[in-house]
Design a protein around this ligand. Structure first.
Ligand code: BG6
Length: 512
């Protein structure tokens, strides 16, 4: 989509610019924004990092990142030269006062040549342990004094548990106003996640049945086929619950369960989400096993390739108890959702990469059809496909063609790719543009982050106190994990096979 209105002059200062995030996500996303005409005419990226790189080498690496990861692929020479003129890089040590004088000079140089004050976005693509001192330095150097113009973007992980998140919030809010802090959860930048709001609140059709009277239960699945790659040092300290559930899955849950907002104001939307988190029934400390299950992958086969078990991945402890799969059952204690279970699951090395929310409706209240007509009958189900095959699917019953009355489930589909010509922006494109425009709707407020940590703390504590005895307990390339099946089976339900994975399986069967 091409730009309608461009943001004011902006300088993005990236701390940790020689790292992976800048190469894979930030610069490729900025490039796509530039390509579509969204970047301000006066714009600069000032990169700082520990790695010794010349500005030219930095630009070369960024070009490689753009070619590999941006929506537009390899850039043409003219386009790239134009974009690359705005990129600079310096090797600096973030713990030194002198560093911040250099940053200040770089900013002023741009502002002087543009003859105006710019918006400054400080993007902290650095390890969580450095966030506090960096913000301290920025503040002492007077670089984030202006609440309107100066913004700080903080990447996940935001803390390691509730108390560390509270500490980090305190530290940030000692130096900055809440409105200056943009805590990223990239799931909130995904088109299909944003579409949950449109789907629920721009249609009169679904809202009247979106409650405990019609909905039996909800499932949220975020499955990945990848392992942990080279991220063992990070992942060993995190595990699936911290890495995925506390942030991405919890935010999706909020969008599914929130009350209709009065307006699209950032704080209004975020407050409605916080209401959901506050209403989640606390998981009882002594009954965690009824509400949560964990797993770790063993070696197995994925698409014909043998993959190692988690404990055999590089830099993982031989006896590691880190979970690579987590499932939770939650209840939202309010009028809308009373006693409707919401099941969440996420894991690595599952058979497919697929994220889906499924809303399972109650069966019809009275069964008028004869027995032999309803052998295949299923309650209605609405599946929101977050990725891949972005779209929405509604499963309902229809009469099978024939002389007798026989019912069968059929699907009605909305497919993003088919319905719209535009290719959807990457999550980081949306989020970077939002930061430049000062729209914090899709970012996490301090209380949101803390409320999400509060929900999972009983599970984190219980799992820490009682190490698992059965790890590894699922084979790479399978959905199977006894404990997760039991979690839902004890309520007389079962996990839905996500639609994309189902079509994968069907395609495979047809090939054979
Ligand atoms: C990140 C997690 O936040 O999200 C990763 O740290 C995970 O472990 C990734 O792989 C998944 O994101 P996406 O956009 O590929 O679903």
């Amino acid at each position: 989509m091409t730009a309608t209105k461009k943001p004011d002059p902006t300088i993005i200062v990236i701390f940790g610019a020689s790292g992976d995030l800048t190469w894979r996500k930030l610069v490729p996303s900025l490039y796509s924004l530039a390509h579509d005409g969204w970047l301000p005419d006066r714009f600069a990226v000032v990169g700082f990092g520990r790695n010794k790189l010349s500005a030219d080498k930095f630009r070369e690496r960024m070009r490689d990142g753009v070619a590999k990861f941006s929506r537009y692929g390899r850039p043409g020479k003219k386009e790239w030269d134009e974009f690359a003129r705005q990129l600079s890089y310096q090797t600096l040590d973030l713990s030194q006062d002198e560093t911040y004088r250099v940053i200040s000079d770089a900013i002023h140089k741009h502002e002087k040549s543009w003859e105006c004050q710019a918006r400054r976005v400080y993007y902290l693509a650095i390890p969580p342990g450095l966030v506090g001192t960096t913000v301290d330095h920025l503040s002492k150097a007077g670089l984030c004094r202006d609440c309107e113009r100066d913004r700080v973007v903080v990447e996940k992980p935001f803390g390691h548990d509730l108390s560390s998140a509270q500490e980090l919030n305190k530290l940030l809010l000692n130096r900055l106003a809440e409105s200056q802090v943009y805590r990223i959860d990239h799931y909130l930048g995904k088109e299909t996640v944003q579409n949950i709001l449109a789907f629920r609140f721009a249609n009169a059709l679904f809202e009247p049945i979106w409650d405990r009277r019609y909905i039996d239960h909800v499932q949220i699945t975020v499955a990945e086929s990848v392992g942990i790659g080279h991220r063992a040092r990070y992942y060993e300290r995190m595990g699936a619950l911290r890495d995925m559930v506390q942030n991405h899955l919890m935010q999706v849950l909020c969008l599914i369960a929130m009350e209709p907002p009065v307006s699209f104001n950032a704080d209004e939307i975020r407050s409605r989400k916080v209401d959901v988190l506050h209403a989640i029934r606390p998981i009882p400390d002594d009954d965690v096993a009824l509400y949560a299950a964990r797993g770790q992958y063993a070696a197995g086969w994925l698409r014909g390739e043998h993959v190692p078990g988690y404990r055999d991945e590089p830099n993982v402890e031989a006896e590691s108890n880190t979970e690579t799969f987590a499932a939770l059952k939650l209840f939202v204690d309010n009028w809308r959702w009373q006693n409707v279970p919401i099941y969440l699951r996420t894991g690595k090395r599952l058979p497919a990469r697929v994220s889906e929310v499924s809303i399972h409706f109650r069966p019809v209240p009275h069964q008028a059809f004869p027995h032999n007509a309803i052998a295949d009958m299923q309650p209605n189900c609405l599946a929101i496909h977050i990725q891949p095959d972005e779209g929405v699917l509604l499963r309902f019953e229809a009469k099978r063609p024939g002389l007798r009355m026989r019912l069968s489930p059929v699907d009605m589909r909305f497919d993003y790719g088919e319905a719209f010509e535009e290719s959807p922006p990457e999550a980081y494109e949306t989020l970077l543009l939002d930061v430049m425009e000062g729209d914090s709707t899709q970012f996490m407020r301090a209380d949101q982050i803390e409320a999400a940590w509060s929900v999972i703390m009983p599970v984190l504590n219980a799992w820490e106190q009682t190490p698992p005895t059965d790890f590894p307990n699922y084979q790479a390339g399978t959905w199977g994990m006894q404990a997760a099946s039991v979690l839902i089976a004890q309520d007389g339900r079962s996990w839905r096979m996500p639609t994309a994975a189902q079509s994968d399986a069907d395609a495979k069967e047809n090939e054979e």
